[in-house]
Ligand binder design. Structure first.
Ligand SMILES: [Zn+2]
Length: 312
């Protein structure tokens, strides 16, 4: 392991030198750093060993470490390489494990997904998901202290106290991002294990940021969509400019709805519908028309409107 580390350092410095020879400008990244932030552990059983009973990890040359969250690893995992990393003064172990291959669903069921601001995620079967990871009080407090910390503009040096608080802020943000990722993964798992065809609209979430910056930030629905693209057995995308909100499912009349209109009444056939559920269904319908899948699909139970409304 020691040899490997030395080799890596040497190759890093060599590549830096060749870059400099080519006339690349030196920036903060290219400066030779005095510390390594990761140690690769190549062989399970020799360089590192995970003990799920005692919740410890043994690393060659460093000893035993108590590790949080080891119980989440499934018992049939087969470990390959790992990386021992340092980030914001915290230590993590990134382990890569092989799991038996899971069969993808083949039940020819379809689901439409509508992303939104008030109801973050709405499924075409009537389930609505609302969540928000708000900025914690601790971050606000830390920022207040951080703004008072000394910073020298000429030498670009921060006071010792300032760097310490910055590290704390960074690790707090990391924690929040992990929470969002966790929610995304769990929701995506529900969808991908129950439905074969998954329809979503290619909304421009980036442009929503302009108007609802913080509320989008608190949810990371864009991340959820990316997650679906990776995991779904058949992801189907609806174009950005196809109208999905405010279209009556009964007769197809289009009406303009403002954001506060959650439940709408059709002006021509007077049927009552829930805005988001209808949008999700419309996305599903649109995709099925595009792909001519309509006949091959199994029926999905759609929750009655009253139940769907009481959930909100
Ligand atoms: Zn209508």
């Amino acid at each position: 392991m020691k040899q490997y580390l030395i080799k890596r350092l040497q190759s890093n410095i060599k590549s830096l030198k060749t870059l400099k020879g080519k006339g690349r400008k030196e920036n903060w990244k290219d400066k030779i750093q005095g510390a390594l932030h990761s140690i690769p552990l190549m062989q399970y059983g020799i360089t590192y060993k995970i003990n799920t009973k005692d919740k410890t990890v043994h690393i060659q040359g460093l000893g035993d470490f108590k590790v949080n969250g080891i119980s989440q690893i499934p018992c049939n995992a087969e470990f390959a390489t790992a990386n021992f990393i340092e980030r914001n003064c915290d230590y993590f172990l990134h382990a890569i494990a092989y799991l038996p291959k899971e069969e993808r669903v083949h039940n020819s069921m379809a689901i439409g997904i509508d992303l939104g601001i008030t109801n973050q995620i709405t499924f075409s079967n009537g389930i609505k998901v609302q969540y928000a990871i708000t900025m914690s009080e601790r971050i606000k407090r830390l920022y207040k202290v951080f703004s008072r910390a000394e910073y020298d503009k000429d030498t670009k040096k921060r006071s010792r106290r300032g760097t310490k608080i910055l590290q704390k802020i960074k690790s707090e943000f990391l924690h929040q991002n992990n929470q969002k990722k966790d929610i995304n993964n769990k929701l995506a798992h529900y969808v991908t294990t129950n439905y074969e065809y998954i329809a979503y609209q290619n909304d421009n979430i980036h442009s929503w940021m302009k108007f609802y910056g913080r509320r989008i930030y608190e949810t990371s629905i864009g991340g959820f969509r990316e997650c679906l693209k990776r995991k779904a057995s058949t992801p189907l995308e609806v174009g950005r400019f196809i109208r999905t909100t405010g279209v009556c499912m009964n007769c197809g009349t289009v009406q303009h709805l403002s954001l506060s209109d959650r439940i709408a009444v059709c002006p021509s056939c007077h049927s009552v519908f829930d805005r988001d559920v209808v949008a999700a269904n419309k996305i599903k319908q649109e995709v099925l028309c595009l792909w001519n899948l309509g006949e091959t699909l199994a029926e999905d139970y759609i929750m009655p409107l009253q139940v769907a409304c009481s959930n909100t």
